[in-house]
Design a binder for this molecule. Structure first.
Ligand SMILES: Nc1ncnc2c1ncn2[C@@H]1O[C@H](COP(=O)(O)OP(=O)(O)OP(=O)(O)O)[C@@H](O)[C@H]1O
Length: 253
């Protein structure tokens, strides 16, 4: 069953088709990596999916409903959730406080919460479960500024999980994370619920190979490969797309 379906999505900037008839579908439990050389259109695609950019054509369906014209916040409420950005975390707040706020916001309870002991206990329990899922329990009471960058990135995913996603978009979860810390991210990603559909954009190919069951490659706005991680490195068009981008980067340098 298709949970999430993108059909012939298009976005032009000026005369340039940055998203050129891109289609993909995700079923519950899918682990799909979207990769591509710099400037391929990955960020634009994510922004179209989340509702932060308006497409020029095509459609997006979530759980059978057309959400192409639905606002970004309502997409989140329906279960299409993107991991937060570290730049949006509060340096003086703890992981526990962040996750609690996300839960309260999800439930629309932020002003009615206090004084309701039961509800508060449920939130505290859920915060504990989510921090545990992402391997952050021991850091629950530290300030964000006191925890390592890789753990801040895990907190982004924890906040997304607090919103109860059906489809989780992970935007370069290992970007900027020192090599020594990426294993922690890999472990945490392994623990995500099996029925969650995950679309990951990532440059770190080790992480892609470890995590993804399927890989799609974008080049110049077009899907040039959709298949298994084993086959992607052998694909001639994929090799050419990456070599071309390295050659361009070399000549620009
Ligand atoms: N708002 C915009 N206006 C005009 N052109 C844009 C805009 N946003 C992106 N582009 C162009 O669209 C193309 C795709 O950009 P995008 O950022 O989506 O690629 P990307 O695959 O995410 O790249 P990277 O891996 O470097 O982040 C690039 O040529 C970029 O210059």
């Amino acid at each position: 069953m298709s949970l999430f379906e993108v059909k012939n999505l298009r976005k032009n900037f000026g005369g340039l088709a940055v998203t050129n008839d891109v289609s993909l579908s995700l079923a519950p439990g899918d682990r799909l990596a979207l990769i591509g050389p710099n400037g391929a259109g990955k960020t634009t695609f994510v922004n179209l999916v989340t509702g932060h950019l308006k497409p020029d054509g095509g459609s997006i369906t979530l759980a059978g409903e057309d959400i192409t014209g639905v606002k970004a916040m309502q997409r989140v409420q329906r279960g299409l959730v993107r991991s937060f950005q570290v730049t949006r975390l509060f340096a003086d707040m703890t992981p526990q406080e962040h996750v609690a706020l996300a839960i309260l916001q999800r439930d629309g309870k932020s002003t009615r919460m206090f004084g309701r002991h039961d509800a508060m206990r449920q939130v505290v329990e859920e915060v504990g479960d989510i921090l545990n899922l992402l391997g952050l329990s021991e850091l629950a009471h530290l300030k964000v500024r006191e925890i390592a960058y890789g753990q801040q990135r895990l907190l982004e995913i924890a906040l997304a999980m607090a919103l109860r996603p059906k489809v989780l978009l992970l935007d370069e979860p290992a970007a900027g994370v020192p090599q020594a810390e990426t294993a922690r991210i890999e472990r945490a990603l392994d623990m995500l619920p099996p029925d969650l559909a995950v679309l990951m954009i990532e440059h770190d190919m080790d992480l892609v190979f470890r995590f993804a069951k399927r890989v799609m490659v974008l080049a110049a706005g077009t899907v040039i490969f959709d298949g298994s991680p084993q086959d992607v490195t052998q694909d001639v068009a994929v090799r050419e797309a990456y070599l071309g981008s390295y050659a361009n980067a070399g000549s620009a340098a």
